[in-house]
Design a binder for this molecule. Structure first.
Ligand SMILES: [Zn+2]
Length: 256
């Protein structure tokens, strides 16, 4: 008998073969399982075209936070990733692009100095070489362990977007579940086109915090990508199977 995976949303059993064929989307209720960074790269890039860049930048412990280095080491072992973002050059259905993929699996996709630096460097390279940049976001926000250095990444990445605008090089964002905090409050909302996966949580603070602050009940589906699209924060919700084709279309139509 073939293996099945239970959907955590509708609890139906999904045949493993079908599960992989649908890029880890539940065929019964459209629940999107989280993709690993490598799976996201494989989904978007032409086979074998992704070449990782900026691998020489390393995470430091700027505030000498106790236990931070050990925590990073544990996260590396657990997630098989060096950090919460991977940057690289690639081709998307034949078109050159620069791609950053964030991963929630590494410290909740939090943005510390290294994450901000890699994303900034990628955008600068894009601006200088006239290469479109695509950033797939997944983040719980700024990295607590790096304090003010994490918060500074919001200004740094935002000014890199501004340079891309001046150079006329497009930035495309793909929001995935969840994208919140300082990432939403900076480059993730500054793309020329902002795409999202279905059912992703997109917001700044979580619904409970907002409800507690304003003392009002929030509308149904608050902060889902569908809600954000209806309210103008998201341009389109794209199926995983159509993501590479859509990005290729955006690159071609934004050339020159
Ligand atoms: Zn389901």
């Amino acid at each position: 008998m073939s293996k099945t995976i239970q959907c955590p949303s509708c609890h139906e059993e999904i045949n493993e073969e079908e599960f992989l064929k649908s890029n880890k989307v539940c065929p019964f209720c459209n629940y999107h399982f989280r993709l690993k960074s490598q799976e996201r790269i494989d989904l978007i890039c032409d086979e074998g075209s992704f070449k990782e860049v900026f691998t020489n930048i390393k995470t430091s412990n700027p505030l000498n936070m106790e236990g931070y280095e050990e925590k990073l080491e544990q996260q590396r072992e657990k997630s098989d990733l060096e950090e919460a973002v991977i940057a690289g050059e690639c081709k998307i259905k034949g078109e050159d692009a620069l791609l950053c993929v964030m991963s929630f699996d590494f410290m909740g996709g939090s943005m510390g100095a290294l994450v901000g630096e890699k994303i900034t460097e990628t955008m600068l390279q894009g601006a200088l070489t006239d290469t479109p940049v695509i950033i797939c976001t997944a983040s719980g926000g700024a990295r607590m362990q790096e304090g003010i250095f994490s918060l500074m990444q919001m200004a740094k990445t935002s000014s890199a977007v501004s340079l891309m605008n001046k150079c006329g090089v497009p930035l495309f964002i793909v929001l995935t579940h969840p994208t919140t905090g300082g990432v939403t409050a900076s480059f993730a909302m500054l793309g020329d086109v902002i795409l999202s996966e279905s059912g992703a949580l997109i917001g700044f603070a979580g619904p409970r915090v907002i409800q507690g602050t304003i003392g009002e009940k929030l509308p149904d589906g608050f902060q889902t990508s569908e809600f954000q699209k209806e309210h103008g924060f998201v341009d389109a919700i794209v199926d995983r199977k159509d993501l590479a084709t859509t990005l290729n279309y955006l690159i071609r139509t934004h050339k020159g």
